[in-house]
Write a protein that binds this ligand. Sequence first.
Ligand code: PRP
Length: 207
Amino acid sequence: MKYLTIALAKGRLAQLAIEIFEKAGLDCSELKEKSRKLIFTDDKNKLRYIFVKAADVPTYVEYGVADIGIAGKDTLLEEGRDLYEMLDLNFGRCKMCVCGKKGSVVPSGFMRVATKYPKIAQSYFAGKKNQTIEIIKLSGSVELAPLCGLSDVIVDIVESGKTLKENDLEIMEKISDISARLIVNRVSLKMEKARITDLVEKIAKEI
Ligand code: PRP
Protein backbone atom coordinates (compact mmCIF):
# COMPACT_ATOMS: atom_id res chain seq x y z
CA MET A 1 0.00 0.00 0.00
CA LYS A 2 1.21 3.51 -0.89
CA TYR A 3 2.13 5.85 1.94
CA LEU A 4 -0.16 8.88 2.21
CA THR A 5 1.80 12.05 2.91
CA ILE A 6 0.41 14.76 5.21
CA ALA A 7 1.96 18.25 5.16
CA LEU A 8 1.85 20.16 8.42
CA ALA A 9 2.81 23.79 9.04
CA LYS A 10 5.71 23.99 11.48
CA GLY A 11 4.61 25.63 14.73
CA ARG A 12 1.31 26.16 16.51
CA LEU A 13 -0.90 24.96 13.66
CA ALA A 14 0.97 21.63 13.57
CA GLN A 15 0.47 21.14 17.33
CA LEU A 16 -3.28 21.70 16.97
CA ALA A 17 -3.38 19.41 13.91
CA ILE A 18 -1.58 16.67 15.85
CA GLU A 19 -4.15 16.97 18.66
CA ILE A 20 -7.02 16.41 16.25
CA PHE A 21 -5.22 13.49 14.52
CA GLU A 22 -4.74 11.81 17.90
CA LYS A 23 -8.42 12.27 18.72
CA ALA A 24 -9.16 10.65 15.35
CA GLY A 25 -7.18 7.60 16.49
CA LEU A 26 -3.74 8.13 14.92
CA ASP A 27 -0.58 7.59 16.94
CA CYS A 28 1.36 10.87 16.75
CA SER A 29 3.64 10.35 19.76
CA GLU A 30 6.80 10.60 17.64
CA LEU A 31 5.62 13.88 16.10
CA LYS A 32 5.25 15.50 19.50
CA GLU A 33 8.88 14.93 20.50
CA LYS A 34 11.02 18.05 20.29
CA SER A 35 13.23 17.50 17.28
CA ARG A 36 14.45 19.08 14.08
CA LYS A 37 13.41 16.13 11.97
CA LEU A 38 11.16 17.13 9.07
CA ILE A 39 9.80 13.72 8.02
CA PHE A 40 8.07 11.15 10.23
CA THR A 41 6.71 7.78 9.17
CA ASP A 42 3.82 5.85 10.68
CA ASP A 43 4.42 2.37 9.21
CA LYS A 44 1.34 0.89 10.85
CA ASN A 45 -1.09 3.27 9.14
CA LYS A 46 1.12 3.83 6.08
CA LEU A 47 1.25 7.56 6.70
CA ARG A 48 4.11 10.01 6.32
CA TYR A 49 4.14 13.46 7.93
CA ILE A 50 6.24 16.31 6.57
CA PHE A 51 6.83 19.62 8.35
CA VAL A 52 6.99 22.64 6.05
CA LYS A 53 6.73 26.43 6.35
CA ALA A 54 3.08 27.44 6.80
CA ALA A 55 2.93 29.34 3.50
CA ASP A 56 4.32 26.33 1.61
CA VAL A 57 1.70 23.75 2.69
CA PRO A 58 -0.63 24.48 -0.30
CA THR A 59 2.35 24.22 -2.69
CA TYR A 60 3.28 20.72 -1.47
CA VAL A 61 -0.37 19.65 -1.76
CA GLU A 62 -0.98 21.14 -5.21
CA TYR A 63 2.11 19.39 -6.62
CA GLY A 64 1.05 16.09 -5.04
CA VAL A 65 4.20 15.75 -2.93
CA ALA A 66 1.71 15.75 -0.06
CA ASP A 67 -1.71 14.13 -0.50
CA ILE A 68 -3.21 16.00 2.44
CA GLY A 69 -2.31 19.22 4.23
CA ILE A 70 -3.40 21.42 7.09
CA ALA A 71 -3.14 25.09 6.15
CA GLY A 72 -4.53 28.41 7.35
CA LYS A 73 -7.22 30.01 5.18
CA ASP A 74 -4.86 33.01 4.99
CA THR A 75 -2.24 31.02 3.08
CA LEU A 76 -4.92 29.42 0.88
CA LEU A 77 -6.29 32.84 -0.09
CA GLU A 78 -2.81 34.20 -0.69
CA GLU A 79 -1.47 31.20 -2.63
CA GLY A 80 -4.61 30.53 -4.69
CA ARG A 81 -3.53 26.93 -5.33
CA ASP A 82 -5.53 24.33 -7.25
CA LEU A 83 -6.64 21.82 -4.59
CA TYR A 84 -9.66 20.65 -2.61
CA GLU A 85 -10.53 22.39 0.64
CA MET A 86 -12.31 19.56 2.48
CA LEU A 87 -12.82 20.70 6.08
CA ASP A 88 -12.88 23.81 8.20
CA LEU A 89 -11.04 22.53 11.26
CA ASN A 90 -12.23 25.40 13.42
CA PHE A 91 -8.88 25.98 15.10
CA GLY A 92 -6.23 28.59 14.41
CA ARG A 93 -9.06 31.11 14.37
CA CYS A 94 -8.13 34.73 13.65
CA LYS A 95 -9.07 37.61 11.34
CA MET A 96 -7.44 39.19 8.29
CA CYS A 97 -7.72 42.93 8.87
CA VAL A 98 -6.73 46.36 7.69
CA CYS A 99 -5.07 48.03 10.68
CA GLY A 100 -3.52 51.39 11.33
CA LYS A 101 -2.64 53.94 13.97
CA LYS A 102 -5.25 54.40 16.69
CA GLY A 103 -7.77 57.09 15.79
CA SER A 104 -6.77 57.29 12.12
CA VAL A 105 -8.96 56.37 9.15
CA VAL A 106 -8.20 54.38 6.02
CA PRO A 107 -7.25 56.95 3.34
CA SER A 108 -9.75 56.96 0.48
CA GLY A 109 -7.22 57.74 -2.26
CA PHE A 110 -3.78 56.40 -3.03
CA MET A 111 -1.97 54.85 -0.09
CA ARG A 112 0.75 52.44 0.88
CA VAL A 113 -0.15 49.09 2.40
CA ALA A 114 2.46 46.96 4.14
CA THR A 115 1.72 43.24 4.35
CA LYS A 116 2.89 39.66 4.22
CA TYR A 117 -0.20 39.01 2.06
CA PRO A 118 0.11 41.07 -1.15
CA LYS A 119 -2.55 39.15 -3.11
CA ILE A 120 -5.14 39.42 -0.33
CA ALA A 121 -4.42 43.14 0.13
CA GLN A 122 -4.51 43.81 -3.62
CA SER A 123 -7.77 41.97 -4.21
CA TYR A 124 -9.42 43.68 -1.23
CA PHE A 125 -8.44 47.23 -2.15
CA ALA A 126 -8.26 47.06 -5.95
CA GLY A 127 -10.94 44.39 -6.46
CA LYS A 128 -13.50 45.11 -3.77
CA LYS A 129 -12.97 48.81 -3.09
CA ASN A 130 -11.66 49.93 -6.47
CA GLN A 131 -8.82 51.76 -4.74
CA THR A 132 -5.30 52.15 -6.13
CA ILE A 133 -2.65 51.18 -3.61
CA GLU A 134 1.04 50.48 -3.46
CA ILE A 135 1.87 47.21 -1.75
CA ILE A 136 4.98 47.00 0.37
CA LYS A 137 5.73 43.33 0.92
CA LEU A 138 7.26 42.54 4.31
CA SER A 139 8.23 39.22 5.88
CA GLY A 140 7.21 39.93 9.47
CA SER A 141 6.83 42.55 12.23
CA VAL A 142 4.40 44.22 9.83
CA GLU A 143 3.00 46.36 12.67
CA LEU A 144 6.16 48.43 12.56
CA ALA A 145 5.39 49.84 9.11
CA PRO A 146 2.76 52.49 10.02
CA LEU A 147 4.67 53.36 13.18
CA CYS A 148 7.81 54.16 11.19
CA GLY A 149 6.01 55.86 8.31
CA LEU A 150 6.73 53.08 5.84
CA SER A 151 3.02 52.62 5.09
CA ASP A 152 -0.37 54.21 5.82
CA VAL A 153 -1.98 50.94 6.90
CA ILE A 154 -1.20 47.23 7.15
CA VAL A 155 -3.09 44.11 6.12
CA ASP A 156 -2.34 41.40 8.62
CA ILE A 157 -3.64 38.63 10.86
CA VAL A 158 -5.13 39.63 14.20
CA GLU A 159 -5.49 36.85 16.71
CA SER A 160 -5.64 38.10 20.32
CA GLY A 161 -5.16 41.74 19.31
CA LYS A 162 -2.20 41.99 21.70
CA THR A 163 0.37 43.02 19.08
CA LEU A 164 -1.91 45.84 17.86
CA LYS A 165 -2.68 47.03 21.39
CA GLU A 166 0.94 47.08 22.50
CA ASN A 167 1.87 49.14 19.44
CA ASP A 168 -1.00 51.67 19.59
CA LEU A 169 -2.64 50.31 16.48
CA GLU A 170 -6.23 49.20 15.89
CA ILE A 171 -8.43 47.30 13.46
CA MET A 172 -9.91 49.61 10.83
CA GLU A 173 -11.64 47.08 8.59
CA LYS A 174 -12.10 43.31 8.69
CA ILE A 175 -11.34 41.52 5.43
CA SER A 176 -12.20 37.93 6.39
CA ASP A 177 -12.32 35.29 9.11
CA ILE A 178 -9.47 32.80 9.06
CA SER A 179 -9.15 29.25 10.40
CA ALA A 180 -7.24 26.07 9.64
CA ARG A 181 -8.46 23.98 6.70
CA LEU A 182 -7.83 20.39 5.68
CA ILE A 183 -6.79 20.37 2.04
CA VAL A 184 -6.36 17.47 -0.39
CA ASN A 185 -4.55 17.06 -3.70
CA ARG A 186 -7.00 16.67 -6.59
CA VAL A 187 -5.43 13.53 -8.09
CA SER A 188 -4.86 11.90 -4.68
CA LEU A 189 -8.55 12.17 -3.89
CA LYS A 190 -9.35 10.16 -7.02
CA MET A 191 -6.55 7.59 -6.63
CA GLU A 192 -6.86 7.06 -2.88
CA LYS A 193 -10.50 7.98 -2.42
CA ALA A 194 -11.40 5.36 0.20
CA ARG A 195 -8.43 5.98 2.51
CA ILE A 196 -8.59 9.76 2.26
CA THR A 197 -12.36 9.90 2.73
CA ASP A 198 -12.09 7.60 5.74
CA LEU A 199 -9.42 9.81 7.32
CA VAL A 200 -11.35 13.01 6.55
CA GLU A 201 -14.52 11.54 8.09
CA LYS A 202 -12.68 10.49 11.25
CA ILE A 203 -11.20 13.98 11.61
CA ALA A 204 -14.54 15.66 10.82
CA LYS A 205 -16.09 13.88 13.84
CA GLU A 206 -13.50 15.48 16.13
CA ILE A 207 -13.91 19.11 15.05
C1 PRP B 1 1.27 37.29 13.60
C2 PRP B 1 0.62 38.45 12.88
C3 PRP B 1 0.59 39.51 13.94
C4 PRP B 1 0.39 38.70 15.22
C5 PRP B 1 -1.04 38.77 15.64
O1 PRP B 1 2.64 37.48 13.57
O2 PRP B 1 1.37 38.82 11.73
O3 PRP B 1 1.78 40.23 13.97
O4 PRP B 1 0.76 37.35 14.93
O5 PRP B 1 -1.27 38.07 16.84
P1 PRP B 1 -1.99 38.77 18.08
O6 PRP B 1 -3.21 39.48 17.59
O7 PRP B 1 -2.34 37.60 18.98
O8 PRP B 1 -1.02 39.69 18.74
P2 PRP B 1 3.70 36.33 13.84
O9 PRP B 1 3.63 35.90 15.27
O10 PRP B 1 3.52 35.26 12.84
O11 PRP B 1 5.07 37.11 13.66
P3 PRP B 1 5.71 37.91 12.45
O12 PRP B 1 4.69 38.08 11.37
O13 PRP B 1 6.10 39.22 13.02
O14 PRP B 1 6.86 37.08 12.02
